[in-house]
Design a protein around this ligand. Structure first.
Ligand code: KIV
Length: 284
């Protein structure tokens, strides 16, 4: 069996071809062990720059570096075999020029072996997306709320409220977020994340673009969904309104740590079953 047939993973074109079909399932992961679990059930694993919040306790994703993304991207690739792995381009690694974006994206692809990168921004990033795609780098776009712009946005509130309200009233016109969606699709993005926009706007974008939309806080009208793993597992201390908790792992982990600490202090752990025996004597 050739290496290529043995290691068949989903690709960016596979995900692109899912437009309008069975919903695309995507979750974040930053380490090999969780990647192995996510890999069994998801089409796409996102090594999101949310690792800045989840792993490092930063308030925003702004401090995340390219080296952090590459380290965790590599770990997720080692832990998974089936899903398309998409690695986020962190703030400051792609906005200055399309050449800067290419150098950063090429490092990510070469050093992690992932299948695609994701970057934030709509029409303003279209030229960069086209530059990367025509040079062999599949790009997932990210529009609506773009958390890397928190310092100009001022807060993590939902985006495109007026645009969504007009659509809900039956207007047919375009607006800035629809323009962003058209621009990134035309530039060659194979899919786009839409974050924190109301349902009428997410539905309209999903109808007008020929590439899959993957929603986070953007309703079931999208072609797929993504959540941050730790948020849906109940490990994050605070979660946005759009997160459904599928688990409540925090208290279980705390109880296990409490039991361990108690056992160590009382010398109940390690027990006889956890220590090595002596070498058996051999008969002469
Ligand atoms: O960084 C991340 O986890 C993301 C998702 C929230 C889409 O970009």
């Amino acid at each position: 069996m050739s290496l290529q047939t043995k290691m068949k993973r989903k690709t960016a074109p596979d995900i692109f071809n899912r437009k309008g079909g069975e919903p695309i399932v995507m979750l974040t992961s930053y380490h090999a062990h969780t990647a192995a679990l996510v890999d069994r059930y998801c089409d796409v694993i996102l090594v999101g720059d949310s690792l800045g919040n989840v792993m490092h306790g930063f308030e925003t994703t702004v401090p995340v570096t390219l080296d952090m993304m590459i380290l965790q991207g590599h770990a997720v690739m080692r832990g998974s075999t089936q899903a398309l792995v998409v690695v986020d381009m962190p703030f400051g690694s792609y906005e200055a020029s399309k050449e800067q974006a290419f150098h950063s994206a090429a490092r990510i692809m070469k050093e992690t072996h992932c299948g695609a990168v994701k970057l934030e921004g709509g029409a303003r990033m279209a030229e960069t997306i086209e530059f990367l795609v025509t040079r062999g780098i599949p790009v997932m776009a990210h529009i609506g709320l773009t958390p890397q712009s928190i310092n100009t946005l001022g807060s993590f509130r939902s985006q495109g409220k007026d645009e969504a309200a007009k659509l809900a009233e039956g207007a047919n016109g375009s607006g800035p977020i629809q323009d962003d969606a058209r621009a990134v699709a035309q530039a060659g993005a194979f899919a786009m994340v839409i974050e924190a926009v109301a349902e009428p706007l997410a539905r309209r974008i999903t109808e007008i673009v020929p590439v899959p939309t993957i929603g986070i806080g953007a309703s079931a009208a999208c072609d797929g969904q993504v959540l941050v793993l730790e948020d849906m597992l109940g490990l994050s201390p605070w979660v946005p309104k759009f997160v459904k908790r599928y688990g409540n792992l925090g208290p279980g982990i705390e109880a296990a740590i409490q039991d361990y600490a108690r056992d160590v202090r009382s010398r109940a752990f390690p027990g006889p079953e956890h220590v090595y025996g002596l070498k058996a004597k051999t008969a002469k």
